[in-house]
Design a protein around this ligand. Structure first.
Ligand code: KG4
Ligand code: ZN
Length: 351
């Protein structure tokens, strides 16, 4: 089955064509092979850079312009396959951007007489992990993107429970806002990660210490809500702390390393707590922030160390940030809906 997927929830215009083959093995077990025929992403970063974030009406205009071109490239790269169904992101995301993708999907579906499957963006950041292998359930999923930070218990396909989420800024939003405070540009995550990787000094582990080697002032940041007995997060205090502590611009790399580490510490501690409390068999990471090299490294190390008999899934780096391969995979597990009833829902929840 060939799925054509469209993802325009934020500032990337994405179309992918994915071949899905269901295979049976060992009598009752099934495996689905997803083969990426094409994965085209037209990024708008250069356009939004000067605003320090995504400007929705501008993003909508660009999606409208880009979608036919991206489609043409995707079809060409996939060698003009015979499409069986269309999957499209319907939320959460920016309302005008979502509608642009949905209207494009509807026109295409009418023209080609194909069913449409509506897809939840957060669910797609999780299910992209199933590209090679289906996981053992129950699973704890940590979805970390520019707009969301959620810990989700997954008991099976479509069976979700949100255990906790951010009470203010999302982890990616925190990276982006801190980068803006530090005058580093947009999007903040990859820029802060790069600065942090160039920092050679050790950040002192306690509030009172300063680092004798680098002479850096004490820039130890808080780890908000890390010891609370719930699964919620709060990242807005971090950017305020950076604002106060970053008086001395000399220690930019140290500050980037410390912000990144503060976010990683909280994400790992809460996820491991949830994984232990719910005795899960799999831990799944997804969303743009999961592209962070340190987060991926420290997550795997800690999960292996602290939890026994648990698998850990993280998407390949190019499938962490927004793309339409994840939309296609999620569409495969979804259900077609009457096209007239398909609407954008900017605040769509996974459950
Ligand atoms: O999932 P995504 O591409 O879009 C949304 O659904 O929001 O996530 C974008 C977010 C941005 O906040 C960006 O700064 C962050 O992911 N991000 C990263 C990295 N790459 C992207 N954060 C930390 N480290 C990275 N390497
Ligand atoms: Zn996303």
């Amino acid at each position: 089955m060939d799925i054509l997927a469209i993802e325009t929830s934020c500032d990337d215009t994405c179309i992918a064509i994915v071949k899905a083959d269901r295979r049976r093995y060992q009598r009752r077990k099934t495996q689905i092979n997803f083969n990426i025929l094409s994965n085209i992403i037209s990024s708008q970063t250069e356009i939004h850079k000067k605003y320090g974030g995504v400007y929705p009406s501008l993003a909508k205009r660009e999606h409208k312009k880009n979608l036919p071109l991206v489609l043409e490239k995707a079809l060409k790269k996939a060698k003009m396959p015979k499409i069986d169904l269309i999957a499209v992101t319907v939320g959460p995301g920016l309302d005008p951007c979502l509608w642009t993708g949905i209207n494009f999907a509807k026109e295409l579906a009418k023209k080609l007489d194909l069913p449409i499957i509506p897809v939840n963006h957060i669910e797609s950041h999780i299910l992209v992990n199933f590209i090679d292998k289906l996981p053992a359930f129950p699973a704890i999923c940590l979805a970390v993107s520019g707009g969301h930070t959620q810990l989700i218990l997954m008991q099976g396909f479509g069976k979700y429970k949100i255990l906790g989420e951010t009470r203010d800024d999302a982890a990616g939003e925190c990276f982006d806002k801190v980068a803006r405070i530090l005058g580093l540009g947009y999007p903040g995550g990859p820029i802060i990660a790069k600065q942090a990787s160039q920092c050679k000094s050790q950040i002192p582990s306690t509030k009172s210490q300063t680092n004798p080697k680098s002479q850096a002032p004490n820039i130890k940041l808080p780890r908000p809500m890390i010891n609370q007995k719930n699964y919620d997060f709060s990242f807005s205090g971090l950017k305020t702390a950076v604002l106060y502590k970053h008086k001395d611009k000399k220690y930019l790399k140290e500050m980037c390393k410390e912000v990144q580490q503060a976010i990683i510490d909280v994400l790992i501690k809460k996820t491991i707590k949830a994984a232990k409390d719910y005795r899960v068999k799999t831990i799944i990471l997804g969303g743009g922030v999961s592209a962070n090299k340190e987060l991926r490294k420290q997550f795997i190390k800690n999960c292996k160390l602290k939890i026994k008999n648990c698998n850990f899934l993280v998407p390949s780096k190019n499938l962490c940030t927004d793309n339409a391969v994840m939309t296609a995979i999620t569409g495969y597990f979804g259900k077609p809906k009457n096209w007239q009833k398909i609407k954008a829902d900017a605040n769509l929840r996974i459950c």
